[in-house]
Ligand binder design. Structure first.
Ligand code: GTP
Ligand code: MG
Length: 395
C-alpha cells in the first residue's frame, strides 16, 4: 500500500511538471511577432541562429533586448508635410508599413503649417495601419519672432542665394528647421507619447524590421536612434558653435558625464567639426526634447537669431544637444535599418543581416563607412566593433 502511494505521488509530480511545461510553451507561442520572450538576445546570436551565413563579429554591446511582448509603447510616427508632399509621403508610409508597422500598428501624427486637405487625410489614413492624427502648427511657431530684424534676414537670404547655398534663400525652409528644432515635440497631438519616429517624404526603407523599435528603445535605455551621419555645410552655421559655447558657460550642469563631445569636436570643444545625425530619420525620446536642458538650449539659440541670420538646421542642433546632454550609451545607431534619403544610403554591409531582413539595397551604396560619413568615428568613440570588411567601403 505504501509503495502504491509513493508511486501515485511520483506520478502526480510528473503530471504537474508536464502541465507546467505545456503552459510555458503555449504562452511562448501566443505572440506571432515574438523574437525573444523575456530573454536577452544579441543581434549576432539571432542572425547566426536563423541563417547559415557567418555571424557578424561580436560587438561591445553584446546584450540587447529585442522583445515584442506585452503592450505597445506610447509611441507614434510623426511627419511634417504640406498637401503637395502627399504622394511622396505616401511612398514613405507604404514602405514603413510593409517593413515594420503592419506588424505593430503605431499611430501616425501629421503636422502642417497650413491646413491638410481632405484628400491628404483620406489617402494617408487609408495607408496607415494605426490611428492617424492631423495637426496645424500655431502661426507664432511658423513666423519671424518679434526680436528678428527681417531686413537683416532678407539680406542674408540674398547673399546665400548668390553663394548658391542650398535652401539659403528660402524662408519656409528656415521656419521648418526652427519648428523641427524647438516645437514639434510640444504639439498637443504629441503630448501623450513618449517616443517618436520621424518620417519624411521620398525616403526608402530597405529591410524588414521585425522587432518593436520603440520597445527596443525602452528596454535598452536608448533615447536617440539614427541611421546616417555626416558633416554639416559650414556656411549654414557660422556662429552655431560659438553660441553653443556661450550657452554652456552659464549652463554647464546640463552636460552629461559620458558624452559624445569627441564625436562633434576634434579639439576638445574648441570648434565644431560639423558631424551630425541626419534628422530626416530619428527615433527618439520626446522627454529628452522636453527637458530643461534642451528647452533652455533651444530658447538661447532662438534668441540668438541664427535660424534667420544664418540657416541653422535642426539636424546639427539636435545632434549637438544629443552629443552634449545625453549619456552616450543612450545613443543608438540602427545599423540594421536599411534607409535612404536622397542622396545617402544606409545599407547593412553584413550579408547575414541583409539576408535575414530581406534587404533590397546594394552594400556598395552604403554610406556609413564612406570617408565623408561620421559613422566610423561614432564606432571608434563608442568602442563598437565595425562589421567585417568595412574597410572596403571607405572611399
Ligand atoms: N508643412 C510644411 N512642411 C514642410 C515645409 N518645408 C518642408 N517641410 C517638411 O519638412 C521636412 C523637411 O523638409 P525637406 O524639404 O525634406 O528638407 P530636406 O530633407 O533638408 O531636403 P530635401 O533634400 O529636399 O529632402 C519634410 O518632412 C517636409 O515635408 C513647409 O513649408 N511646410
Ligand atoms: Mg527631406
Amino acid at each position: 500500500m505504501a509503495r502504491t502511494n509513493a508511486r501515485l505521488i511520483r506520478f502526480g509530480i510528473f503530471a504537474l511538471v508536464l502541465v507546467f511545461c505545456g503552459y510555458i510553451l503555449t504562452k511562448g507561442s501566443s505572440n506571432s511577432y515574438n523574437l525573444s520572450k523575456s530573454t536577452t538576445v544579441s543581434p549576432e546570436a539571432q542572425s547566426s541562429a536563423e541563417t547559415t551565413a557567418p555571424a557578424a563579429p561580436e560587438k561591445k554591446e553584446t546584450t540587447k533586448v529585442f522583445s515584442n511582448s506585452g503592450s505597445k509603447e506610447k509611441a507614434t510616427f510623426v511627419s511634417l508635410a504640406r498637401n503637395q508632399d502627399l504622394w511622396e509621403l505616401v511612398g514613405s508610409i507604404r514602405q514603413i508599413e510593409d517593413r515594420f508597422n503592419s506588424k505593430f500598428h503605431y499611430d501616425w501624427v501629421f503636422l502642417n503649417d497650413g491646413e491638410f486637405s481632405e484628400e491628404f487625410k483620406k489617402v494617408t489614413s487609408e495607408v496607415c495601419s494605426g490611428t492617424t492624427k492631423y495637426g496645424q502648427i500655431p502661426k507664432e511657431q511658423w513666423s519671424f519672432p518679434s526680436w528678428i530684424d527681417t531686413e537683416k534676414a532678407a539680406q542674408v537670404r540674398e547673399e546665400m542665394k548668390k553663394n548658391k547655398i542650398i535652401y539659403g534663400d528660402s524662408i519656409s525652409y528656415r521656419h521648418m528647421c526652427r519648428y523641427e528644432s524647438g516645437f514639434f515635440f510640444r504639439h498637443p497631438l504629441l503630448e501623450e507619447y513618449e517616443y517618436y519616429w520621424r518620417v519624411e517624404p521620398g525616403i526608402k526603407i530597405y529591410c524588414d524590421v521585425d522587432y518593436d523599435v520603440f520597445k527596443f528603445m525602452k528596454d535598452n535605455k536608448k533615447s536617440y536612434g539614427w541611421t546616417i551621419s555626416l558633416p554639416e555645410y559650414k556656411e549654414t552655421i557660422p556662429t552655431l558653435w560659438k553660441t553653443t559655447k556661450d550657452f554652456l558657460k552659464e549652463n554647464s550642469q546640463y552636460v552629461a558625464d559620458k558624452n559624445l563631445m569627441d564625436w562633434i569636436s576634434d579639439d576638445d570643444g574648441g570648434s565644431y567639426n560639423g558631424c551630425h545625425f541626419w534628422s530626416n530619420f530619428e527615433v527618439g525620446s520626446l522627454e529628452f526634447w522636453r527637458s530643461d536642458a534642451y528647452m533652455k538650449y533651444f530658447e538661447f539659440l532662438d534668441k540668438a537669431g541664427g535660424f534667420f541670420y544664418e540657416r541653422w538646421g535642426d539636424a546639427p542642433i539636435h545632434s549637438i544637444a544629443v552629443a552634449l546632454f545625453m549619456p552616450r550609451e543612450e545613443v543608438h545607431f540602427f545599423d540594421d535599418i536599411g534607409y535612404f534619403h536622397n542622396p545617402f544610403h544606409n545599407c547593412p554591409i553584413d550579408e547575414a543581416v541583409r539576408e535575414k531582413n530581406k534587404c533590397m539595397c546594394a552594400p556598395k551604396d552604403d554610406f556609413s563607412f564612406h570617408s565623408y560619413s561620421c559613422t566610423s568615428k561614432f564606432y571608434d568613440i563608442m568602442g563598437l566593433q565595425k562589421p567585417t570588411g568595412w574597410e572596403k567601403y571607405v572611399q
